[in-house]
Design a protein. Sequence first.
Lengths: 284, 259
Amino acid sequence: MNFNYRLYRAIKNRLFTILIVLSAVVVLGPLFMVIKYVFVQGASSLNLSFFTELPKPVGEIGGGMKHAILGTIYIVLLGALIAVPIGVTCGVYLNEFRKSKLSKTLRLTVDLMSGIPSIVIGIFAYLMVVVPLKSFSALAGGVALSIIMLPIIVKTSEEILKLVPDHIREAGLALGLPRWKVILFIILKGSVSNLLTGIILAISRAAGETAPLLFTAFGNMYLSFNMREPMATLPVQIYTYAISPFKDWQRQAWAGAFVLMVLILTLNLFARFVLTKIKDKKGY
Amino acid sequence: MSNSKNSDKIILEAKNLEAWFGDFQAVKGINVQYTERTITAIIGPSGCGKSTYLRCLNRIHEEIEGTRVSGEVLLEGKNIYDKKIDVVDVRKRIGMVFQKPNPFPSLSILDNVVIGLRLQGITKRSTLMEVAESCLKKAALWDEVKDKLNSLGTSLSGGQQQRLCIARALAINPPVLLMDEPTSALDPIATAKIEELMDEIKRDYTVIIVTHNMQQAARISDYTSFFVYGKMIEHGLSSDIFTNPREKQTEDYISGRFG
Ligand SMILES: Nc1ncnc2c1ncn2[C@@H]1O[C@H](COP(=O)(O)OP(=O)(O)OP(=O)(O)O)[C@@H](O)[C@H]1O
Ligand SMILES: [Mg+2]
C-alpha cells in the first residue's frame, strides 16, 4: 500500500518533469532552428564586400548592403531620437502622477498603441509625413519606428521609476530641492542603466520592423544620408532581394537576414548582461 | 543640559496641527512653540505619531498619497502651509534626518553630502570639499570614510549611513534641524559623538529630535514633549519633565511603567 503510493508519486513526478522539459523544447526548438538556418544560409553568403560595397546593377554578380546597414542604423537612431525624450517624459509623468485623469488616459493610449499592427503605423506615418512632404523619406521611416518604440519606452520607464523607493524621493525633497531636480538628478540619474536597458530593447524591437518602412523610408540602391530622401534599410532590402528571381540577390538576402539577426541579438544581450552588471553595482 | 538661552525668539510654532493617513488621524491638535537655539526632545511610545508630527514640520508628510494636514506651522511667524509660501524654500530652512537611513544609492559618499549644495548651483570643488569635510567631521564619520569618499554611499553600514544622512542634512545649513531617532542604529561611541555634535550645533541651530532613549533626552535637550496616541500630553523644560512631571502618564512612561 505504502509502497504503491510512493511508486505512484514517483511516476507522477517523472511524468510532470517530462512534460515541462517537452514544453521547453517546443518553445526553444523553433528559435534555435531559425537561428541555425539563418546562420548556415547567411554566414555562407557573407563576405567582406557585403559590408563595404553598394548593390551592383541588375545582372552583375557581387556588391553589398553597406547602404542598408548604415540606413538601418540611421533610421533607428532617428526614431530613438524622437521616441526616447517623449517616452521617458511620459514615463516620469505616469510615475509621478499615478492617479491623475491624464495618467489613466495616457496609460490606456499607450496600451492601445502597443497593440497597433506595424503596417498600420506605416500607413499613419505615410499619411502624416510622406504625403505632406510629397516624398518617401528617412524621416518618415524614423517617425514610424518611433511610434513602435514609444509604448515600450513609456512602459519600461514607468516600471523602472516605480522601483525607486519613496524614501529616496523624500530625502531629496527634504534637502529643499525642487521636484524636477530630484527627478532629474537623483531619481533618473540613479536609473540610467535601467532606462538604457529599456531603450535598447525598444530599439532592437524596432530595428527588425519591415512593414512600417515599406512605404515610408521605401529604400533605394545607393548610399544616402539625407533625411528627406528615401533610404535603404536592412529589412526592406532583405524583403526586396528575397522575393527577386535572382539567385545572387537571394543569397544576399540571407546574408542580410544574418547580419540583422546578429545586430539585434547583440543589442539584446548587451542590454541584458552588460547593463544589468553595471546596475547591480550602482543604482536601485 | 543648561537651560540658558541666548535669546527668547520663537523660531518655529505649531498651531492646532493635525495630520491624517486617509481616515486615520495620527497627529491631534498640537500647539507648541520652539525657541531659537534650543534642543527639544520628543518622546513617547512606538506608533504614537512622533515621526508623523516631525514630518509635518517640513511638509514631507504630504508626499505620501492620501495624507492630509490641518492647522498651522509658523516658521519665523509665517505659516509654511500658506499657499503663497514656496515649499522648496521651507524645506531648505528646515532640514531633516529620517528615521531610516536613506542615502542616495547612485551617489558616492562625497556626492551624497554635497548634492544639495551642488544642485543649488554651488559647483566650486574646493568649497564643496570643505563643506563635505566639515560636515562629515561633525557627523563623526570623517575618519571612517576619508579614504573612500568616492565609494557609493550605500556601501556603508547602517549606522554609517545614518551619520552620512546627518552630514547631508548639515551641509544645507538649515536654521532648524529635525532628527528622527538619529542615533537608534549607532554604537555608544558614535552616539556620544552625535550628542556632542548636537550640543555644539545648538549654538547656531534649533533642533527637534525624536528619541526612545530617556537618558539621551534628559542629557541633551532643553525641552521635552511627551506624545501618546497623536496627542502631546506634556511639554516643558526637560529638567522639570524628567524630575517632576505634571502628568501621571508622563511619569509612568519615564519610569518605564508604560508604553
Ligand atoms: N504610511 C502610513 N500609512 C498609514 N498609516 C501610517 C503610515 N505611517 C504611519 N502610520 C500610522 O501612523 C501612526 C503614527 O506613526 P509614526 O510613524 O508617526 O509613529 P512613531 O511615533 O514615529 O513610532 P516609532 O517610535 O515606532 O517610530 C501609527 O499608528 C502608524 O500605524
Ligand atoms: Mg518614528
